[in-house]
Design a protein around this ligand. Sequence first.
Ligand code: NAG
Ligand code: NAG
Ligand code: NAG
Length: 393
Amino acid sequence: MPRNNSNLHSMPLKRKLSIVSVAFVIITMYWLSRPQNPNKRVSLSQNEDKESICQQSNRKPQIEEFHFPRASPVPNFVQGPGLEHWHDENVTDATCRFLRHSKDAKHLPHIMQQIYRCFSWWLRNPEKQHYFLWPPVKDTSPFVTGFLQTLQQVFRVEFVDTREGHSIVYPLVNYSFDAADYTGGYQVRSPGDFAYLQQTIRERHPEWPAMAGCQGPHGHLSKLPQPRITILNREVSSGRHLYNAVALKEILASQLHARVQVVDSFDGASFEQQVQTMQQTDVLISPHGAQLVSIPFLPQCAHVYEIFPQHYFVPRFYGSLTGAAGLFYHAVDTGVQNLWHDTLEQRQKARAQHVCLPIESIYETLVPALNETIHHWQHCCYHHKKPRLPSAI
Ligand SMILES: *[C@@H]1O[C@H](CO)[C@@H](O)[C@H](O)[C@H]1NC(C)=O
Ligand SMILES: *[C@@H]1O[C@H](CO)[C@@H](O)[C@H](O)[C@H]1NC(C)=O
Ligand SMILES: *[C@@H]1O[C@H](CO)[C@@H](O)[C@H](O)[C@H]1NC(C)=O
């Protein structure tokens, strides 16, 4: 009895102690895993870039959505004698000639402007043998090299250096940024061209990781899908480096329920790496620049936020590429939209400037805009999923 008695007294104390310690562990774990307080703001002291340009800028960025056509009539993106033989069954080749001597034929975005147009022309002529005249073999950017290899290996395009007997078209290049000019920017013949490009490349690489957001194999209709946001930056030495990229990531991750990653740059990244980064991105945030030529590899429903430096605002260029890929385009203007420099020298200076999104403006403009974008993306995701499921079976 005395033994039992002492047990009766000590047991509740032990139990009390264990209850207290379990409660302590639960509270600590809850506290550690709590969502970040949305009212706690990221300050400039946490900011990796303390350049005066970004601290002093108090200009509020303007965000504007633009809609560009998904497809355009063939004469808007290619021209030349080959167009006359379009429906002629006796013409057995579809040949596209790269305009090597055109203005800017050495600059990656303009090279891709031409190559994407040729690609679309070959898709327009599926029954014919596809030839590429004078490919830009000297270009050393991994993206162009990888894309050209893909054309040869996956799409069976033959590269030739003679024009004898071929039915030739060439890309209609126009580098003007005139708002009324629809031949500028990027064009394709059919709204499905870039989807077909992606699908065909993915069939060749079944080992690649799942695509982003709603299209991945683990996406379920019953669950609200979570987008993946990629902030794709540029090296400081390349110009148009985005200040505050890490602060931007922290703010978006804490304010929006999204997975956010920062990619420092695509410099030196292989074609495969660039394509895979795009495939795993639902919302791309990036300064204006050549790294955006990979936009056609973003998955369905994706949104692009292109950030422009002050005094250099050209939404038509990558906006048209985003439109041709059937995706959604937003231009973030950090300067004065209508200020356009008249001389090339002034423009070159303006476009080399780095890009700043002051912390306050991220909260005031980017967070609400992205919040709306995420809702839009979730709807798009939901509506695209239903028709896609049966075709996948
Ligand atoms: C194609 O070739 C055949 C035989 O040479 C000819 O009869 C026909 O008219 C040609 N078709 C066209 C559209 O030129
Ligand atoms: C290019 O665009 C400009 C501005 O819209 C236009 O004046 C010019 O005729 C175009 N050139 C070609 C070859 O289409
Ligand atoms: C995002 O939008 C939802 C619904 O429109 C709203 O309830 C929420 O507060 C917004 N979140 C932010 C961070 O703006």
